[in-house]
Design a protein around this ligand. Sequence first.
Ligand SMILES: [Zn+2]
Length: 448
Amino acid sequence: MMKKTLFKNATLVTMNASYDIVNGDLLVEDDKITAIGDIANTEQASGAKIIECNGNPVIPGFVQTHIHLCQTLMRNMADDMVLIDWLKKRIWPYEAALDAQRLATSSRIALAELVLGGTTAIVDMGTVHHTESIVECVKESGIDAVLGKCMMDLGDEVPGPMREKTDDSLKESLRLFNAINGLEKGRIEYGFAPRFAISCTEKLLRDVSEMALDLNAFVHTHGSETTYENEFAHANYGCSNIEFLERVGMTTEKTIIAHGVHLADNDIDVLSRCRTVIAHCPSSNLKLASGIANIPLLDKRGVRISLGADGAPCNNNLDQFIEMRLAALLQKPIHGPTAMPAKRVLKLATIDGANAIQKGDVLGSLELGKFASLVVLELDNDPGAGPGGDIYSRIVYGTHRANVKHVFARGKQLVDDGELIGVDLGSLMSEGRQALKVSVEEMQKFVS
Ligand SMILES: [Zn+2]
């Protein structure tokens, strides 16, 4: 029998092309949105489970296009460090020492946080090994994901277990693509994930680009996060980081490049012309002192952009509300107070993210026929979010994860009245503390 849910008396922040705000109801049948408007008393809505919204906003679930589920145990363990030390002394040794079970614990904690914060789709970069462990966690989470095993075949300082032979990395990635891509009715897709140009050979990048093109698959990587990546590309390849990625065939419309902080004029041309996505990660860029991505300029030049928290150790939250607020505030001292208005930022966090993963036709806005991946907020009783005012301002500048009341992904309820359904957070976190303890011991042998 068809399952119906009626979201009643809501302020529907649709994020459709005309930014309609609808004061009314929204009906979900099975996994799809099937009616919007004044529909509470219609035949179609009869028999539906009713969620009374009392005028509070319902927004599309967030899409975070750059996440590392695998790194969550290292939260608060790698702070106030230079990026390259952060990688060599903490993140790489930690990832090198991870086993499948601790990776699952890390992923579950991250997914719990993401879902409680209203995120219903992610692009994840895994670690080098145990990718199936992440897949299992994403399967049980209910959210949409593009995910893939991290690829690394270059760099003397990369710990042994992380350093792959080029052909092994390609072969294993292809095997995982075949096993994973399209799982759960397309909810889970595979994205090839070469870490960045510094830790991948030119051959690996060329071959993975070709493979992705043949398979019509996503590629997810880091680019132009630091000035060092440009220095490295100039020294080794005689061009910028982005120009190098273009040369190896990696700037396609199915490529998502995290960061894009240090972009020259021609880099921006390349990204715009190739319709490559930049995943903006404002907290991470600030915390690692990478710089401030020129998002208003990328926007003006037609580069596709989206938003994400990056990994827990470089943020230290996986919270789209924090990223939205920062994405807006960061640009204002540079470009003036009218840069990145709240409405633009909410678009970045929702439908732009859905378009980045080419699911803009089924996710990212509240529209008929789309999956019911949506978030009910509770703002009206929060003194910090009211008493009223512009709805976009309320959401982008004054709303927190604590304001998330209900979360649905593809029609399935994941959060009920602020509580995660089917997850015992107490035991998950205690498992996490134990996994962290083991990780800290195990990673010592890989610290250079
Ligand atoms: Zn990252």
